[in-house]
Design a protein around this ligand. Structure first.
Ligand code: PLP
Length: 400
């Protein structure tokens, strides 16, 4: 079934992706990056819910060196779309995934010896030497070989004829808070590994540590490459990290008013009768609910209609929520409402949604379900303006 809006009606609730803003964010990030530091665009989980293919295409045009993903499916979708840039699979791989990685030039993160040997076998079977990145656990204790046990693994990889040590990396447990003590401890543990490599005469092309928070606040950790996720989608990872003026959110969530109810004083709204009108009230129904990823709140939150905040009333349903438009008399059925994003001078931010959800901005972005179709806008806007052309290098192919 082709759900393209040219041939199939768009449901009156959708996610809007502003590709011009994405492009601008990427340009601003590139301009901010020191010369010679490459940018890996992190596009796991459908590019944080934005749509991996659309994001990847723009990121390549704006100088991304490669992409970070988390599942084999995600990587294969980009390869099948013809994207030849390096694809780094974050996390750990099962043995049965490795032949696919070799076949399709997906770069594997290695965390331990068994996977390294299995990957070497899969590569030898295809007569291919494959690049790998070694993940060092410097304190986050998620993936990676401990920093004080990393050298034997790296030496083992260097001895494998069919493996090419292309990168060593680590990941910060906390990079966007004011206190950088632990992040700096992680940097020093990583440097310990690098010194060990240098002493053994082992050369690595890409040393990388930074996510968006590290990129913004830990310039001494930039090294050869930074892994940018949330910042390119226009969201700062915390309220205290450095700001780059001009970065703007790429995603908005919108719906159209599907029905309007006029309530008399004392009448109730929604399941569980959680809201009773204290006086005559005008209520607008938006056809979007917790089945679309809206947090399951009661009498909390708002939507924007005609550039004004309409407070949410009652409990939200799977497919609908109700907002009070008594003070917005111009509101009519099928008017556009903004559930997340800007309208007129008002804004419902991702961070505001995160509070409603008792969660973080990352979870809000990825939490909008795919039943809300992604509508890309401003995709034909003018490319590269004044970004520093040296900051990110041109695309390389993964085939080595
Ligand atoms: C998700 C992820 C990133 C990107 O993090 P942001 O905070 O979104 O920039 C970078 N590195 C690794 C290993 C990740 O898993």
């Amino acid at each position: 079934m082709n759900f393209d809006t040219k041939v199939f009606p768009l449901r009156p609730a959708w996610v809007e992706i502003d590709l011009a803003r994405l492009r601008r964010n990427l340009q601003l990030i590139r301009r901010d990056l020191p010369r010679g530091v490459r940018m890996m665009a992190i596009v796991k989980d459908e590019a944080y819910g934005h749509g991996a293919l659309d994001v990847a295409r723009i990121a390549l045009e704006e100088g991304a060196w490669g992409f970070g993903l988390s599942t084999l499916e995600e990587a294969m979708a980009l390869r099948e779309a013809g994207i030849a840039a390096p694809l780094l699979l974050l996390g750990e791989r099962q043995e049965d995934e490795l032949s696919w990685c070799v076949e399709h030039d997906l770069t594997v993160c290695l965390n331990e010896a068994n996977t390294a040997r299995a990957l070497a076998r899969a590569a030898a079977a295809r007569g291919k030497r494959v690049p790998v990145h070694v993940k060092i656990n410097t304190g986050m204790s998620r993936y990676g070989v401990r920093w004080d046990e990393a050298l034997p693994l790296i030496e083992q990889i260097c001895e494998e004829k069919f493996l090419l040590l292309d990168g060593v990396m680590t990941h910060f447990a906390q990079s966007d808070e004011t206190d950088k003590t632990f992040a700096n401890l992680q940097v020093s543990r990583f440097d310990e590994v690098l010194r060990g490599l240098a002493e053994r005469g082992i050369r690595v092309k890409y040393r990388h540590l930074c996510n968006s928070g590290g990129f913004l606040d830990l310039p001494h950790a930039h090294r050869d490459l930074v892994r940018i996720g949330i910042l390119m989608y226009g969201i700062f990872p915390s309220t205290v990290c450095r700001r780059i003026p001009g970065i703007e959110p790429v995603m908005s969530v919108k719906a159209r008013v599907a029905s309007i109810q006029n309530l008399k004083a004392g009448e109730v709204v929604g399941y569980g009768m959680r809201y009773t009108a204290p006086a005559p009230r005008r209520i607008a129904v938006l056809p979007i609910g917790y089945g679309d990823g809206f947090p399951r709140v009661r009498n909390l939150g708002a939507a924007l209609i005609h550039g004004k905040r309409a407070p949410l009333v009652g409990g939200i349903a799977m497919d609908a929520l109700m907002v009070d438009v008594t003070d917005i008399p111009e509101a009519q059925v099928w008017d556009e409402a903004v559930v997340m994003g800007r309208q007129g001078g008002e804004e419902i931010t991702v961070h505001e949604m995160a509070k409603l959800k008792n969660s973080v901005s990352y979870d809000v972005l990825t939490g909008w379900r795919l039943r809300l179709r992604r509508q890309c806008v401003n995709g034909d806007s003018k490319p590269v303006t004044d970004a520093n052309p040296d900051a990110g290098q041109l695309v390389e192919t993964a085939a080595k």
